[in-house]
Design a binder for this molecule. Structure first.
Ligand code: DQA
Length: 142
């Protein structure tokens, strides 16, 4: 059974409350439940991880080396700022999918660039919860 580490970055724990016109009305618990159900259907083993702290996310990516087969990550705001997360992903060199609930290419200019995209094998944007499912499917079929 493939082991996937699912990482959600800062403020994603505020889903439901946070700008619902952009991110939807469903909360973070619903997202986690959705991911676990998708993983179950696909026969994947998934560990869910969320942090609001860049260094904690870097530590988690480093610890994934030789433990997980792949990473699915929504780096949230760190997408656009974090060389450290990019470098950690490159260091462990696991297959990685980047997911965003919204379409970052059609939002503010500062969201158009993603450091994580410089490493991720696939980036899925603007599909809401479904993007996580598509990402898991991609990693399953790799
Ligand atoms: C996000 C997009 C980012 O620009 C933003 O900072 C987030 C969420 C998304 O899922 O659409 O926190 O990654």
């Amino acid at each position: 059974m493939k082991k996937i580490l699912v990482i959600n970055g800062p403020n994603l724990n505020m889903l439901g409350l946070r700008e619902p016109e952009l991110y939807g009305a469903r909360n973070f618990e619903a997202l986690q439940k959705f991911i676990l159900e998708c993983a179950d259907e696909m026969g994947l083993s998934v560990e869910l991880f969320q942090s609001n702290h860049e260094g904690v996310i870097v530590d988690k990516i480093q610890a994934a080396y030789k433990v997980f087969d792949a990473i699915l990550i929504n780096p949230a705001a760190y997408t656009h700022t974090s060389v450290a997360i990019l470098d950690a992903l490159k260091a462990v060199a696991l297959p990685t999918v980047e997911v965003h609930l919204t379409d970052i290419s059609t939002r503010e200019d500062f969201r158009k660039f993603s450091f994580v995209s410089l490493y991720a094998q696939k980036t899925i944007c603007g599909k809401g919860f479904e993007g996580y499912k598509e990402g898991l499917k991609y990693l399953l079929e790799l």
